[in-house]
Ligand binder design. Structure first.
Ligand code: PRP
Ligand code: MN
Ligand code: MG
Length: 182
């Protein structure tokens, strides 16, 4: 009753496509940070897979740090009010920071996070995301490195969950609507 492949409709991006695209982004990132490698900041938990694969594509020493944040407030996920559940270990003063994310949906999480990290004295804060839903974005957010723009369907896999499941699916796939509407 709980096979990982259950309840998926189509595969949007295969593992091979995701890896190939990350390799392209890694070349851009290497070129853009030629002078000094950035501190990679992963947003738990979704970004774990992207961080693992992107960092291993990079041909510089990739220092990693992690944050866990959660939206709260009106009870809705995308309230734009964000609470830090686990903070960074690193001091950002004077650092070039590259935020690593799995997906930008409304954009509220990263728009808050970018401002938060800038306020700690980072020299620069850029964003790299595997996926983005342009039609779902509620804020203007400059995103420096985007793997793929995707439609607004509910997607899972490659770090993305539905109720904490499917994160370990290798591909990115669309979840059958009956799963979250029942
Ligand atoms: C998801 C996703 C992004 C965020 C995007 O995380 O991993 O971090 O939502 O949403 P937004 O653009 O609308 O703000 P989630 O809060 O589900 O936590 P998780 O990474 O632990 O799954
Ligand atoms: Mn997340
Ligand atoms: Mg989630």
């Amino acid at each position: 009753a709980s096979h990982l492949g259950d309840d998926l409709t189509v595969v949007l991006h295969t593992e091979a496509e995701l890896h190939a695209r990350l390799a392209e982004l890694a070349r851009e990132i290497e070129a853009d940070y030629r002078d000094e490698p950035p501190l990679l900041v992963g947003v738990l938990k979704g970004a774990v897979m992207v961080m693992a694969d992107l960092s291993r594509e990079l041909r510089f020493h990739a220092e990693m740090d992690w944050m866990a944040v959660s939206s709260y407030g009106a009870g809705t996920k995308s309230s734009g009010v964000v609470k830090i559940m686990k903070d960074l270990d690193a001091d950002l003063t004077g650092r070039d920071v590259l935020i690593v994310e799995d997906i930008i949906d409304s954009g509220l999480t990263l728009s808050w996070l970018k401002e938060n990290l800038e306020s700690r004295g980072a020299k620069s804060v850029r964003i790299c995301t595997m996926l983005r839903k342009p039609e779902a974005m509620k804020v203007d957010l400059e995103v420096d490195y985007v793997g793929y723009d995707i439609p607004v369907d509910f997607v899972v896999g490659y770090g993305l969950d539905y109720a904490e499941r499917y994160r370990n699916l290798r591909d990115v796939a669309i979840l059958a609507p009956h799963v979250y509407s029942e």
